[in-house]
Write a protein that binds this ligand. Structure first.
Ligand SMILES: Nc1ncnc2c1ncn2[C@@H]1O[C@H](COP(=O)(O)OP(=O)(O)OP(=O)(O)O)[C@@H](O)[C@H]1O
Ligand SMILES: [Mg+2]
Length: 226
């Protein structure tokens, strides 16, 4: 495996959203980029420039209107829904607002991605405790998501993204809603993930996160800046 092997690759990717009355918004226009395995990518660009749209395409959560997205050499457009979901299981996705299943204890939320692998409850509970400790949340395995603060939830979201030991973590503005201390904790986690050899792709304007970047991509009105 060479160091420059592409983990993600987009070629000529456009994404057009159609809203009411036939209006169209081209959220991405002709975006071609390569993300090598092991990179720490920071995706920058003003609000509305297409960062979240691009992350969703890389995460196989959305389809481009034009162009190709490849993960580990596989063309996501040609992949079946089953293959796309297998690919998603190789990724840890951190949304801007951690979406948790309400009413379900944290340990269940965090290890939800392990259920398809057939990992049983007691083992998942143990794994969850470790993952939660790793993000600085101790003794709250049985708490429900609605009992946590926004910063705590963001960290739980990262713990969940790591549960299945993903090859890459895609994070959408993981520190934007956090106080400086929580933001630092999240950045330290992402740094650890990268140090462990995983690929990190984060949409962020955080200068502390930027310091970790091996590659920076800038979007402006859906176009990649060079
Ligand atoms: N589901 C949608 N339907 C219609 N337009 C959309 C949709 N999602 C995004 N857009 C539009 O696409 C463009 C890019 O949006 P996107 O969310 O990717 O931007 P962003 O760079 O993530 O912005 P922010 O920094 O505010 O999160 C924006 O003009 C947005 O209004
Ligand atoms: Mg966004």
């Amino acid at each position: 495996m060479s160091e420059t092997e592409a983990l993600f690759e987009t070629q000529g990717v456009s994404r057009v959203y159609r809203s009411g009355r036939g209006a169209q918004i081209e959220a991405l226009h002709d975006v071609s980029l390569t993300i090598p395995r092991g990179a720490f990518v920071v995706l920058r660009g003003p609000s509305g420039s297409g960062k979240t749209t691009l992350l969703a395409l890389l995460a196989a959560l959305d389809h481009p209107t034009k162009g190709t997205v490849r993960f580990d050499g596989q063309d996501l457009q040609r992949a079946s829904e089953a293959e796309r979901s297998r690919i998603r299981r190789r990724l840890g996705i951190v949304f801007q607002q951690a979406r948790m299943l309400r009413g379900l204890p944290l340990w269940e939320n965090v290890t939800y991605p392990l259920i398809p692998q057939g990992v049983g409850g007691p083992e998942r509970a143990e794994i969850a405790t470790k993952l939660l400790e790793g993000v600085g949340i101790v003794g709250r395995q049985r708490a429900r998501p609605e009992e946590l603060s926004g910063g705590e939830l963001q960290r739980v979201g990262i713990a969940r993204a790591l549960a299945a030991q993903p090859e890459a973590v895609l994070a959408d503005e993981p520190t934007s809603d956090l106080d400086p201390e929580s933001a630092e904790a999240v950045i330290a986690l992402l740094k650890g993930i990268h140090a462990a050899g995983r690929t990190v792709v984060a949409a962020s304007h955080d200068p502390l996160l930027q310091e970790l970047a091996t590659h920076t991509f800038r979007l402006r009105a859906g176009r990649l800046q060079i």
